[in-house]
Design a protein around this ligand. Structure first.
Ligand code: PMP
Length: 390
């Protein structure tokens, strides 16, 4: 037998080190001790009856958070992208048309996913703006897509998209409405059933304050009808909703059959985060995020900074975008704030790179003390990092 030739790496013989950071960017956000403790509970088997009980609780927690009575509600084993891909893979068949509203990076991502799958793609681009209902209606009438994608909380632009009426016009044209609420769930009002949203997904790591790695998703009856009456199988085995609906006990079958090993600790943490939201109440959570965001926006303007989204009603309360102030290097501002204040903000993403700084105060992180800390750090950085007198 040959012997080991590669020695244990020196880094593996040192203890894990994780610095403390204030995660005030667009996510992940800091995880409160209660959720960390839930995630640290001893593991049980992913097919144990107690685990199925916890998954049933998660389903109820998501139904509350999404305001839906959809039976096909579950959490994906994976981040927000997993839910995004799952929705597109399961709903649309190759050759069918998808209409994607792009006003930041998330529409771009969905467009790329659909394109890779050989779907016919119609895209509507409008950077950092909201879409006018009439324009959506005209595109639906013209292209007759089977799916329309819209981001509720565009975290790359800092924009929250009005949802009223969008589902109604989609249904008029026999099109399903897919909505991304990764950055907005719990922070801005969203009512899945009342707003006629067919597929809604979010992520665990933003206003829900759970660690990254699980992603709630829900499908309406109409969405289920389409995805369970396909001619072809979805390209992904892992994300095939036929299997996932059984794993989550949603298919009415008496037995759940092994499909994959779910992230048990991640589900414990997600359950706790949904419990915190249920205890607080959705409406309180929405109004709290708005109140803190307004305090932050006023403070930013008092510092002489310009908010990227001019219309206050279109500003996402969880993620604020600031136009990069003239005479500053945005990377230097971020590095200074990280070094001297241990605070993470980020720059733009996709189309907003080089245009904005992004500040996120979500869930547990969303309070006046943190907003004041953000303002103090920015005030200091603006004094220290000025490049020119512009
Ligand atoms: N959609 C939006 C609006 C997001 O903000 C993010 C994460 N920044 C995603 C989707 C992707 O989520 P994840 O990173 O969890 O895959």
């Amino acid at each position: 037998m040959s012997s080991v030739t590669i020695p244990p790496p020196a880094c593996m013989l040192r203890p894990l080190e994780v610095p403390f950071r204030y995660l005030f960017g667009p996510g992940p956000s800091n995880v409160p001790p209660r959720i960390l403790a839930a995630g640290g509970r001893p593991i049980i088997g992913h097919m144990h009856s107690e685990m199925f009980g916890i998954m049933n609780d998660i389903k109820k927690g998501i139904q509350y958070a999404f305001q839906t009575s959809n039976n096909m509600t579950l959490a994906m084993s994976g981040s927000g992208h997993t839910a995004m891909e799952c929705a597109v893979f399961n709903i649309v068949e190759p050759g069918e048309s998808v209409l994607v509203a792009i006003n930041g990076i998330w529409g771009e991502r969905v467009a790329e996913i659909a394109e890779r799958m050989g779907m016919k793609l119609i895209i509507k681009i409008m950077p950092a703006h909201s879409f006018v209902i009439l324009h959506i209606l005209q595109a639906l009438a013209k292209y007759k897509p089977v799916l329309f994608f819209l981001t509720h909380g565009e975290s790359s632009a800092g924009l929250v998209h009005p949802m009223d009426g969008v589902g109604d016009i989609c249904h008029k044209y026999n099109c399903l409405l897919l909505v991304d609420s990764v950055a907005s769930l719990g922070a801005a009002p969203l009512l899945m059933d009342q707003q006629n949203i067919d597929i809604l997904y979010t992520g665990s790591q933003k206003a829900l304050n759970a660690p990254p790695g699980t992603a709630p998703v829900s499908f309406s009856e109409r969405a289920c009808h389409k995805m369970f009456n396909r001619k072809t199988k979805p390209v992904s085995y892992l994300l095939d909703m036929t299997h996932l609906s059984n794993y989550w006990g949603n298919d009415g079958k008496p037995e759940r059959i092994y499909h994959h090993t779910g992230p048990v600790s991640g589900f414990f943490a997600l359950r706790e985060s949904l419990a915190i939201l249920a205890e607080m109440g959705l409406e309180n959570s929405w109004s709290h995020h708005t109140e803190i965001a307004e305090y932050l926006w006023k403070g930013l303007e008092d510092l002489g900074l310009k908010l990227f989204i001019k219309d206050k009603d279109l500003r996402l309360p969880s993620v604020t975008t600031i136009a990069i102030p003239e005479g500053y290097d945005w990377k230097e501002l971020l590095a200074y704030i990280m070094k001297h204040h241990r605070i993470e903000f980020t720059g733009g993403l996709g189309p907003s790179v080089g245009m904005v700084l992004r500040i996120g105060l979500m869930g547990y992180n969303c309070n006046k003390a943190n907003a004041a800390m953000v303002l103090a750090a920015l005030e200091d950085a603006l004094k220290q990092c000025r490049k020119s007198k512009a």
